[in-house]
Design a protein around this ligand. Structure first.
Ligand code: TYD
Length: 133
């Protein structure tokens, strides 16, 4: 599956932690967009879509949530709960974010600008796109 856990270098000292993310270094693409999700409710999962072209890195800045990934053949569940860990998700991976803890804050780095046309929000269409490859 085209996904990967990234363990970021923590420049930790007595004062606390500091993590640096630079284009094409710690982040394997050029960051064109950043967004973040907060005030979540554990009752409401998010995501449930795939991207035709977009690459993303998800970082849990605070709290935790489960990310369920699906490449049409296999499913994988990853619990994100640390700000020094990123989850890289490549193209054509169906994802769902769920079980957000109270006060969770999820940061997303994206390789391109927002484009609704590039989303696949229907699971059957996702499978069709994969089978056409
Ligand atoms: P949505 O795709 O439902 O969020 P999630 O990935 O968490 O399931 O997005 C919520 C709304 O925000 C939807 O109307 C699309 C809009 N949106 C933007 O306008 N720009 C963006 O960069 C993103 C990620 C979403």
């Amino acid at each position: 599956m085209d996904c990967k856990i990234l363990n970021f270098q923590n420049r930790k000292d007595d004062r606390g932690s500091l993590i640096v993310l630079e284009n094409l270094k710690e982040v394997p693409f050029e960051i064109k967009r950043v967004y973040y999700i907060f005030d979540t409710d554990p009752k409401f999962p998010r995501g449930a879509h795939a991207h035709k072209n977009l690459e993303q890195i998800l970082i849990m800045m605070c709290g935790s949530c489960d990310i369920v990934l699906d490449n049409g053949k296999k499913k994988k569940k990853i619990c994100l709960n640390r700000p020094d860990v990123g989850l890289y998700i490549g193209k054509n991976i169906w994802r769902e974010m769920k079980n957000f803890s109270y006060g969770a804050k999820l940061l997303v780095l994206a390789s391109d600008f927002y484009d609704e046309k590039e989303y696949i929000r229907d699971y059957n269409e996702f499978l069709k796109v994969l089978n056409a490859k």
